[in-house]
Every structure is written in structure tokens, then in C-alpha cells.
Design a protein around this ligand. Structure first.
Ligand code: AMP
Length: 471
């Protein structure tokens, strides 16, 4: 499917093209037609799925095709839990709407309100806001929402987690009843389902493969390694033929280029894909990778957004991302179209905390492969966890037959439990990992039986790691 097939108007198609998007993401394919029709919608999707365009594009189209209810009225309100996300959404509205005459602004707390008030005074059609600051400005009389035509509640579950839900309710109470409402959330805990039931009218529900489910299908392992040994470890893993089509993530363009140079020198077919490369060069690199001519594609997060290649055997996080959500997005490049996949994370001492954040987010334990030639206990024991894994008895982590066995880190497990508890709304603590997962499956997320799936997955991981570490 192409954007053109979604009946988007030409100024939007041009803007999308200028962004370098070629095909709509699944959430865009599913949501855009309904939003264009004016339907209310519940979108179950996480950041990274392209959900912003899935609402921003059709909203812009509808605004451009109708008159405001009143002169200088705020026509669209988007509520977002964090200032970063709010800014990103506003930037996207600007980028997608650049060929339409639509003014937008963003308001959030933690900064002076004057520039925000000035922008509001000049008049905007689209307002993106975090709840606290918006309420402040409303109370001071700077914002009136009585002519809002479309209301978007983004990351509703995070609003709940962050304690904003009452502010959100207060804001909703001031909106006209006659409006289009869109709610996006990665998960649907009971409180969000209740909210949706009250504020949406006959909504369509669209859902992209929930990230958590995708994540569960991916066999994930972590390799603790010193920074200086990462390249050697990568080459060690590449010496195993099972790493046939490998997507490697670095944080920087420079890092991607350097790694590709080194891999080429060692005789591996490799290429880089990042923002400094022209669109043509990126497409060429991607095409070679798709056709199996390039075995290793080294990418940065931004460049990887549109990568949709089947049969990627391994995603390797050569450097862990600063944003844990990026990890989920990265590993989702394997396990496309319901397939399973394998993801390795290289973690050096400095990245220990990043690993903990990832585990908190994905709520699944990642196996630790200790039996590899570059195992770094300095990295494994670096600060960042409440109880770092201890050095194993060498006979345990390097059996005489040379087969590696991934170890579960108990401290990582407790890290994942913290988040699970909060999102499941459970006040209990100290329950076992399995117990926490059990709680969550009764929280209305429809993820029952998860614990069993993970146990099976862990077994699968053992054999995977063996085959790689004996190479
Ligand atoms: P979001 O989930 O809205 O935060 O989007 C994640 C990233 O994907 C953003 O950097 C968008 O610019 C990018 N993106 C959105 N839609 C597409 C698309 N159809 N093709 C490629 N990239 C996209």
C-alpha cells in the first residue's frame, strides 16, 4: 500500500514524501481511513509505530477541508504525557502540515509560560499540550477549548502511570460534546478502558501487533563486554553461519561508518544506513541487504525507522540506545510478520543502566550469555542494578564441552517486576516474578499465559546461545 491509496490530499502526500516515508506503517494503514471519515478511534500502538502520522495526517486533511466553528478557535487538542513527546508531536504536525496553512503550538510545564501565552494569543488551530500546564493556562483564562473539533489523548496508559488522569478528566469536561475523539495507548488497563468507554462514541479499535507480544517472540540475550572488545565479539558471532542477515545498531553515524569499515577489512559484506547518506544511497544499501548481497547492515535509529526487511536473522544492539523504546523498535526489525527472531544486546559497563531501563520497559527478562570469549565481569557488575549478578563458578559458565548457557539475572528480573507492578496497578511487593506476571494477565491486558510462554522461550534461547558460543 502507498500513501496515495489512503486518499490523502496532494499537499500531505508531498509533505510525507519530503519526510522520506515511502509506505504507510500498519497503524497508519489501519487508522487513517477511519479518522478521515470522522470516526472516533482507539489505537493500540506504541511510540515508534508511526502512530503520530496516523492521526496527524487525517486530522490535517479534515481541518483543511472544513471551516472552523468560530474565528481563531483552537480546533484540535492533543494531550501528551511528556514534554518531549508533546514537542515531537507538534514538530510532526508542522512537518506534515507545511503545505497547508495551519498554525500549531505546544505548551508544557517546566519552562516560562510567556512565549506559550504569546503564541496562543496569536491564534493556533492545533494545540499540543501536557495536562498540567494546559490546566494552568486554562485557569488563567489563556486557553478556551469550547470549539475543539478533534481531541487526541496520546499515550493514555502513561498518563495513568504518571498520575495525570484526573487532570485529563478535568480537561475533557471542558470540551464540546460534539467532537471527534482519538485515544492511543500501548496497553489497555481497566482505568483506560473506563475512560475510553466514557469519552468515545462508537469507536473503531485498531491495533498493531502489540510491541510486548512482538518482544515476547524474540529470543533476546545480552552479552556483557568491554567497549574495546565489541568489534571482536561481533566478528566472533559472525563467524557462525546462522547469523545470516544481521542488522546492527550503533548510536552514531560515525560509529556506523567506522564499524562498516572494520567489517569490510575483515572480509564481511557490510554497509551502513544513516541520516548522512542520500536517499538513493540508503535505498541501495537496503536493497542489497534485502537481496542477501550484504550480510550486515549497520544502522542508526533514525535511519532504521522505515526498514522493513523480512528474514532478518539477528538484530544486534552494538550500542544500547538511550531511549529504551528504541530497543523495542530495533529488535522489532526481526520477527516481522509474526515470525520469531533473535536479538543480542552488547552491554559495556557504562551501558548497565540503559540495560536496566530496557528490562523495565519490556518487562521480560533477557538471558545473559556468559560463555563467550569476551565476557566482561566488569560490565556485568557495573552499577545500575540493585543486585548485580555475581561472577559464576567458571565451570558453570564455561562447561568443558564449550557450550555456553545463558544465565538469567535475578536482579534484572526484579527490575522488570517494578514496572509490571505499576502498570498492573498492583500495590503488592515482594511477590515472585511469575506472580507479578500473573497479576498483569488479570489486569485486562489480555496477556494471560505469558509466564508459560516466556519459560518456553527461555529454553529456546539456551540452545540458540549454545550454537553461537561454540562457533
Ligand atoms: P511515532 O510512532 O509517531 O513516534 O513515529 C516513529 C518514527 O517513525 C518517527 O521518526 C516518524 O518520523 C517515523 N515514521 C512515521 N511514519 C513513517 C513511515 N510511514 N515511514 C517511515 N518512517 C515513518
Amino acid at each position: 500500500m502507498l500513501f496515495h491509496d489512503l486518499q490523502l490530499i496532494e499537499p500531505l502526500l508531498r509533505a510525507v514524501k519530503a519526510q522520506g516515508y515511502t509506505t504507510p506503517t500498519p497503524i497508519q494503514e489501519q487508522a487513517i481511513p477511519h479518522v478521515l471519515e470522522g470516526r472516533d478511534l482507539v489505537g493500540i500502538a506504541q511510540t515508534g509505530t508511526g502512530k503520530t502520522a496516523s492521526f496527524a495526517l487525517p486530522i490535517l486533511q479534515r481541518l483543511s477541508q472544513s471551516q472552523p466553528r468560530a474565528p481563531r478557535a483552537i480546533r484540535v487538542l492533543v494531550l501528551s504525557p511528556t514534554r518531549e513527546l508533546a514537542s515531537q508531536i507538534a514538530e510532526n504536525f508542522n512537518a506534515y502540515g507545511k503545505n497547508l496553512r495551519m498554525r500549531s503550538t505546544v505548551v508544557f510545564g517546566g519552562v516560562g509560560q510567556h512565549p506559550q501565552v504569546d503564541a496562543l494569543r496569536r491564534g493556533v488551530e492545533i494545540l499540543v499540550a501536557t495536562p498540567g500546564r494546559l490546566l494552568d493556562l486554562m485557569e488563567q483564562g489563556f486557553v478556551r477549548l469550547n470549539n475543539v473539533e478533534v481531541f487526541v489523548l496520546d499515550e493514555a496508559d502513561r498518563m495513568l502511570d504518571m498520575g495525570f488522569i484526573n487532570d485529563v478528566r478535568k480537561i475533557i469536561a471542558t470540551l464540546p460534546r460534539e467532537r471527534q475523539t482519538l485515544l492511543f495507548s500501548a496497553t489497555m488497563p481497566d482505568a483506560i478502558q473506563d475512560l475510553a468507554a466514557h469519552m468515545l462514541k462508537n469507536p473503531v479499535r485498531v491495533e498493531v501487533v502489540p510491541q510486548a507480544t512482538t518482544v515476547e517472540k524474540i529470543e533476546q540475550s545480552v552479552y556483557f563486554v568491554d567497549k574495546s572488545n565489541k568489534r571482536a565479539l561481533l566478528e566472533h558471532l559472525l563467524s557462525d553461519a546462522s547469523t545470516a542477515r544481521v542488522l546492527v545498531f550503533t548510536r552514531t553515524k560515525h560509529g556506523a561508518n567506522k564499524l562498516v569499515e572494520a567489517l569490510l577489512k575483515s572480509g564481511y559484506s557490510a554497509d551502513a544506513i544513516h541520516g548522512n547518506k542520500s536517499q538513493g544511497a540508503r535505498e541501495k544499501a537496503l536493497d542489497s541487504f534485502k537481496r542477501g548481497k550484504t550480510r550486515v547492515l549497520v544502522a542508526t535509529d533514525i535511519a532504521a525507522r522505515g526498514i522493513d526487511v523480512d528474514n532478518i536473522t539477528h538484530v544486534i544492539n552494538y550500542e544500547l540506545p538511550y531511549e529504551p523504546e528504541s530497543y523495542v523498535h530495533r529488535i522489532g526489525r526481526t520477527a516481522r510478520a509474526g515470525a520469531s527472531g533473535t536479538a543480542f544486546a552488547f552491554c559495556d559497563a557504562e551501558e548497565r543502566k540503559l540495560l536496566r531501563d530496557i528490562i523495565k520497559l519490556i518487562r521480560i527478562d533477557i538471558n545473559v550469555v556468559t560463555d563467550h570469549p569476551y565476557m566482561s565481569y566488569a560490565a556485568a557488575n557495573a552499577p545500575g542494578l540493585t543486585a548485580p549478578p555475581r561472577r559464576q563458578n567458571p565451570q558453570n559458565h564455561a562447561p568443558r564441552n564449550g557450550q555456553g548457557r545463558p544465565q538469567r539475572s535475578s536482579s534484572d528480573r526484579s527490575g522488570s517486576g517494578e514496572r509490571r507492578e505499576r502498570s498492573a496497578g498492583s500495590g503488592s511487593s515482594g511477590s515472585s516474578y511469575g506472580g507479578q506476571r500473573g497479576n498483569s494477565s488479570s489486569s485486562g491486558e489480555g496477556r494471560g499465559g505469558e509466564g508459560g510462554r516466556n519459560r518456553r522461550r527461555r529454553n529456546g534461547q539456551s540452545s540458540e546461545s549454545k550454537s553461537l558460543t561454540t562457533a
